[in-house]
Design a protein around this ligand. Structure first.
Ligand code: KIV
Length: 278
């Protein structure tokens, strides 16, 4: 068998059921899109069954690394976790966040970073934060074969400018700016836009005003899909934003299990007959 045939059948097998960017985009006003963040292979494998898309979010800063914000995240961190998520998933569209400092300087800088992310992970798309000011970069990447998901409203990488993580779009001027951001990013070619932490009526207005799917996180259930940080919705953290619903209390389950383990070790009841080799 020629190496070309071997390579193409390998690629076909790998990608056989992964949702594509055009199919994702076509989900506008159809069945809501289910998206969660994922950072590790095993978690990606579990989420893949239920999700349409997995986001390797730079929220790994807090979720995995215990960092105070997403600002210190590097391209290398995103690539390593992107590779893990690609290894764990088969069918979900995988989007990888471009970390702070890897794309803002120029469209050319963004292309070098984004192409590295796609080449080294095999993921489907990148996500970047910012509105009107990032539109030329979104257009530059899209025209060169890199699908871009936008992210507007509350943009955590701008925490040092915003001064915190407060809800956005409260006054008319800010509302108009965020709506203009959505339109600019869509016009530039974004295939989807995350709307984070905005007044619900604004999330609805944006969703109705643009033709690509909106993904809400602290937006509205009228967005075309929803995303949450997986560790938040599983209840790994005590303090979360108002927009998080904890679908489980995983930290309590882990705490109970680890407490039982510690008791078993100290009382020498573990390992027992089932866990030792005779
Ligand atoms: O990094 C992340 O997890 C995100 C989501 C909050 C949308 O960008």
């Amino acid at each position: 068998m020629s190496s070309a045939v071997t390579t193409s059948s390998f690629v076909a097998k790998q990608n056989i059921r992964r949702l594509t960017v055009p199919l994702f985009r076509a989900r506008k006003r159809a069945e809501p899109i289910v998206m969660l963040t994922a950072y590790t292979a095993r978690m990606a494998e579990i989420l893949d069954v239920h999700c349409d898309a997995l986001l390797v979010g730079d929220s790994l800063a807090q979720a995995i690394y215990g960092l105070p914000s997403t600002v210190p995240v590097t391209l290398e961190m995103m690539i390593a976790h992107g590779q893990a998520v690609m290894r764990g998933s088969k069918k979900s569209l995988v989007v990888i966040d471009m970390p702070f400092g890897s794309y803002e300087a120029s469209p050319e800088q963004a292309f070098l970073s984004a192409s590295r992310i796609l080449k080294e992970t095999g993921a489907d798309a990148v996500k970047l934060e910012g509105g009107t000011v990032m539109a030329p970069t979104v257009a530059f990447l899209t025209a060169r074969g890199i699908p871009v998901m936008g992210h507007i409203g509350l943009t955590p990488q701008a925490v040092n400018v915003l001064g915190g993580y407060a809800v956005r779009g409260k006054d008319d001027a800010e509302r108009a700016r965020i709506l203009a951001d959505a339109k600019a990013i869509e016009k530039a070619g974004a295939f989807s836009i995350v709307i984070e932490g905005v007044i619900e009526s604004l999330a609805i207005e944006i969703t109705q005003s643009i033709d690509c799917p909106t993904i809400g996180i602290g937006g509205s259930n009228q967005c075309d899909g929803q995303v949450l940080v997986v560790d938040d919705m599983l209840g790994m953290f005590e303090r979360t934003a108002k927009f998080v619903k904890k679908f489980e209390q995983l930290s309590e389950i882990v705490d109970t299990a680890v407490s039982s383990y510690a008791i078993a070790v100290k009382s020498r009841t573990f390992p027992g007959p089932d866990n030792t080799y005779k």
